[in-house]
Design a protein around this ligand. Sequence first.
Ligand SMILES: Nc1ncnc2c1ncn2[C@@H]1O[C@H](COP(=O)(O)OP(=O)(O)OP(=O)(O)O)[C@@H](O)[C@H]1O
Ligand SMILES: [Mg+2]
Length: 254
Amino acid sequence: MTKPLVAIRSVSKHFGEFQALGSVSLDVWPGEVMCLIGASGSGKTTLLRCVNQLTAIDSGGIWLDGELLGVREEGGRLYRLTERQIARQRLKTGMVFQRFNLFPHKTALENITEGPLQVQGRKSDEVRGEAIELLRRVGLAAKADSYPAQLSGGQQQRVAIARALAMKPMLMLFDEPTSALDPELVGEVLAVMKELAQSGMTMMVVTHELGFAREVADRVVYMDQGAIVESGTASDVLGAPREARTKAFLSAVI
Ligand SMILES: Nc1ncnc2c1ncn2[C@@H]1O[C@H](COP(=O)(O)OP(=O)(O)OP(=O)(O)O)[C@@H](O)[C@H]1O
Ligand SMILES: [Mg+2]
C-alpha cells in the first residue's frame, strides 16, 4: 500500500473569529490530480496556502511525503520550525497563483533559472539547459529572452508553471491559474497543466474550469464554509452530486 503524498488531518484555521477551515482532512495520493471547487470564500485558497505553509494552521497537522510540516515533535511536544527549515520544506512544493508573479525585470529564461541558481545553488549551464527544455515543454522555446511585459497573460502563466517546475517539486499547487486570463488564453494554460498531469505530477488544482476537472481530475473535492462537503470522481461529484449544497453550487456555475 502506498502512502499519501499529502496527508491533511483535522486542519483548522481562523482569521480572528472567522473560521476559514474547520477540521479539514484530506489525502492526496502520489500522481493524483485533485481539483478543488467551491464558492468564493469557501476556503480553497486557504487550504492550498496551508499546504505550502504560506498560512500557519491553528490545529491539526499536514504531512508531505511523510514529513510533518511546520513543526517538529519531540518528547510528546510540538516545536515550531525556524523560517529556514520551513523554507526548506516549501521547496518540495511548487505553487502557481491566479496572478502571474514573475520578476518583471528578468527574462522568461532568467525567471526560470533564478530559483535553481539562487536558492538551490546549482550550476548555471546545467540549470540553463533545463530551463530551455522547460520552456520548450510549455511551448515557449522562442520566448526565452522576452520580458514578462512582452508576453501575453497565457504565456506569462506558462512561464510561471515552468518556473515552479524548475525547482523539481514533488507536488504542484495551482490556485485558479486561468481565472485572470482572457478566455482565448485559458486553453493554452490548461493544455500545459493537462500534459503535466499526464506526466504523473501530483497536483492540487483550485479551479472553476469544470471541463478541465471532468477531463483531468482523478478526484474532485467540493468545499463550502471551510469544510469538505463532498469528494469523489469527477463523474460522481460533477455528474451525480449527492449533497444538496454541491447540487446548488453546480447548478449556479454551469
Ligand atoms: N488573511 C486573511 N485575513 C482575514 N480573513 C481571511 C484571510 N484570508 C482569507 N480570509 C477569509 O477566509 C475565507 C476563505 O478565504 P479563501 O481565500 O480561502 O476562499 P476561496 O475559497 O479561495 O475563495 P475565492 O474563490 O474567492 O478565491 C474568506 O471568507 C476570506 O475572507
Ligand atoms: Mg481563492
